[in-house]
Design a protein around this ligand. Structure first.
Ligand code: ZN
Ligand code: ZN
Length: 406
């Protein structure tokens, strides 16, 4: 079968990551670790596993970081290669192992990709998995599978940017009738947004700011508005097409960088804050936004976030860029809270203590949210080079989510 595969050695990875900015074409050469390859269909690794034929599979921002060799090498101990990429899927079960209950061939499902204790066959789950938080599992290098945090980033569980993938029964969620394949395949980024919406103790009347309106930013705006309809959401985005999408999902205003005096003045006007302008640095707001959700994570966006947050505000880090020197002064001056956000979990705050995946599918089934039209570009696996070109130039192609119908 065809599969988008990652196979590398460290020098090759470093060289590709260095060259790609000057010479994007390097990603299509034999130097690049990611290529469409012909490989055998996966086997079920155990009785509790199913085979899934993808209907549609999304290309995630994290996948693009792997393709371009920009993912931090800090992640290296928690991965194993070669692997088949792809963790965002809506597909049909075509085979179920003998110990699978509750699911059968023909079921349309999506997959919660985290590979915690259950898929690893670890009988005494760690404290995080036991409380429904497999994204924090401490055993991701142990058990029956090779190292890997999630499906599509480990040699053990081939991903869904392929003609056939697999999943453990504990990872499956049935897609309700009436929910589109596209919406189901967006459950991963939308659940990430829901996780933040539940984990931040947001009070009525708060002003929230989402930085970056790519897939993660838009999914976060949708999630914040779904869980806290009264919250004001301001967005920060430069691209006009993505700004329009943010407004469509309920953002009250979209503010454009550059983060200069004008920018701080606009945020202050929208939040009734006071602007203070130090002699040699960017301005600082007292008053301002209650929480920032930064999907970019660059030096500029982190610095700007700390400056616009109100006293005792929260900075949520979703995206991770390559930040350099940060002036942390506002963190102590304003007693800010910095919070990392990764994945999704069972949410104590959700009605019925649901997993974010269940909430995402339910909100779609109830017609309260529809993210289907975020899938703007769909390709065949053979069209991989074209898909990557669009993914790397989303503004130019008016693209949000790029997906494949294998
Ligand atoms: Zn993803
Ligand atoms: Zn665990």
């Amino acid at each position: 079968m065809k599969a988008l595969t990652f196979q590398y050695n460290i020098p090759q990875y470093l060289l590709t990551g260095l060259l790609d900015r000057q010479w994007p074409g390097v990603l299509f050469t034999r130097l690049a670790p990611v290529r469409m390859r012909e490989i055998p269909e996966p086997e079920l690794p155990g009785d509790e596993w199913v085979k899934i034929r993808p209907r549609i599979s999304g290309l995630c921002g994290s996948d693009i970081a792997i393709v371009a060799c920009h993912e931090s090498l800090t992640m290296q101990p928690f991965a194993s290669n070669p692997f088949v990429m792809g963790h965002e899927v809506c597909g049909d079960i075509v085979q179920a192992g003998p110990a699978v209950s509750g699911f059968e061939p023909g079921d349309r499902v999506t997959v919660m990709p985290m590979l915690g204790c259950a898929p690893r066959g670890i009988e005494e789950p760690c404290v995080y998995c036991a409380s429904g938080r497999p994204q924090l599992c401490v055993n991701t290098t142990m058990g029956a599978l090779p190292p890997g945090l999630f499906v599509g980033a480990t040699a053990g569980v081939p991903g869904f940017l392929s003609e056939m993938g697999i999943a453990h029964v504990s990872q499956l969620y049935k897609v309700p009738d009436g929910v589109s394949d596209e919406a189901a395949c967006l459950t991963d980024p939308f659940s990430n947004g829901l996780h933040m919406a539940f984990q931040n103790p947001i009070e009525p009347g708060e002003t929230l700011m989402v930085i970056g309106c790519g897939v993660m930013g838009l999914a976060t705006i949708a999630a914040l508005k779904a869980v806290h309809p009264d919250a004001r959401v301001l967005a920060v985005e430069i691209d006009p097409f993505h700004s329009e999408r943010a407004l469509g999902l309920g953002a009250e205003a979209v503010i454009k960088p550059p983060m200069d005096k004008e920018f701080y003045r606009k945020v202050a006007d929208l939040t009734d804050a006071k602007v203070f302008t130090p002699l040699l640095t960017q301005p600082l707001l007292i008053g301002g936004v209650d929480r920032v959700f930064d999907t970019v994570g660059s030096t500029e966006t982190i610095d700007m976030s700390l400056r616009v947050l109100t006293n005792a505000g929260w900075y949520n880090m979703l995206g991770i860029g390559e930040p350099k020197k940060i002036d942390w002064t506002p963190v102590w001056l304003k007693e800010l809270t910095l919070r990392g956000v990764y994945g999704y979990q069972v949410e104590e705050q959700a009605p019925g203590r649901e997993h974010d995946f269940a909430v995402a599918l339910r909100l779609h089934a109830e017609g309260k949210v529809d993210l289907s039209d975020m899938v703007t570009h769909v390709f065949k696996l053979d069209e991989w080079p074209r898909a990557l070109e669009v993914a790397l130039h989303k503004g130019k192609y008016r693209a949000v989510k790029i997906a494949f119908r294998p």
